[in-house]
Design a protein around this ligand. Structure first.
Ligand code: A2P
Length: 279
């Protein structure tokens, strides 16, 4: 659980921070941005995992000492990428994101090279169809997994759903899916397998071609009729869920209703869940 990870990693650190350099920043809306940083040579991770990243906090008014301000962030780039990508919300008075949103190319961030997480292939039993259910910045781990060759080796069909308030908030995912289909390196790694990827974006507060919360669209069968699928079953379907606590709980109930049970690294099953970083 990312909350626990935050608590464990946040206490005052006396050793020098693990600095990485920002190589790219792109702002999408006043609430969302993406950035890339250099990757520590020794860092190995499984696509879908998260790490603790952050900045030095303000000096303590009494002692003048600075402590790192760290939060859990899913790595949005695949495990083979030479850089690391992150997708972040901007919270106006968020201790970290109010500062992090101002980073520029050449700046340094702190990155603790200890990747962990449950949204990994190892936590799922073999299946035919893999669902990635996300809201908001919860798409980040799936941005990694849809660029991971294993995803296409292990499944016949991959469905990425992304629900956001408005169309502008879908842009990161929409651009990514589009670019993946054109990417030469990915074509080489994954080939025709990329055609297995299906993208299902929905909005809840602004008019768009498909409106509504994914949970409602599952319950009333709209998702299935839109995609030409019979439904979700324990035999064929596997799912990874990443969004707000509300989304995660509601989807857990829906997936359990289809007969799927929750897996973990130590005990793979039919679906896994992780809370998106929320500032
Ligand atoms: P809604 O607009 O109906 O709240 P946020 O930007 O607040 O993190 O939300 C991202 C998206 O997740 C929004 O479209 C929001 O819909 C949706 N959402 C929030 N809670 C749930 C939930 N329990 N089940 C499904 N979707 C949810």
């Amino acid at each position: 659980n990312e909350q626990t990870a935050v608590k464990e990693a946040a206490p005052a650190q006396t050793r020098l921070p693990d600095a990485q350099t920002v190589t790219e920043v792109q702002h999408y809306t006043d609430r969302l941005f993406r950035f890339r940083v250099t990757r520590p040579q020794s860092l190995r991770f499984r696509s879908g995992e998260f790490v603790m990243i952050g900045l030095m906090g303000d000096p303590d008014p009494k002692t003048g000492r600075q402590k790192p301000l760290l939060r859990a962030y899913s790595i949005a780039s695949p495990s083979w990428d030479e850089e690391l990508e992150f997708y972040s919300i901007k919270v106006p008075d968020g201790p970290l994101t109010s500062k992090l949103q101002n980073i520029k190319v050449g700046d340094e961030i702190i990155l603790r090279p200890k990747p962990v997480g449950t949204l990994v292939h190892d936590a799922l039993l073999p299946g035919k169809r893999l669902w990635f259910f996300s809201t908001g910045t919860g798409i980040a781990p799936f941005a990694s997994l849809i660029r991971e060759p294993q995803t296409y080796e292990d499944y016949d069909e991959i469905i990425l759903t992304h629900t956001c308030r408005d169309v502008a908030e879908l842009k990161y995912g929409a651009d990514l899916v589009e670019s993946i289909k054109q990417d030469e390196l990915l074509q080489e790694l994954i080939g025709d397998g990329l055609n297995k990827l299906r993208y299902y974006p929905t909005t809840t507060r602004e008019e768009s071609p498909r409106m509504g919360r994914i949970t409602e669209l599952l319950k009333d069968g709209t998702v299935f009729s839109d995609l030409g699928i019979d439904g979700i079953s324990k035999e064929t379907d596997r799912a990874m869920v990443c969004g707000s606590i509300g989304l995660n709980n509601d989807l857990k109930e829906i997936l359990e209703g289809y007969g799927l049970s929750e897996g973990a690294n130590s005990e793979p099953a039919e679906y896994v869940v992780e809370k998106a970083f929320v500032g």
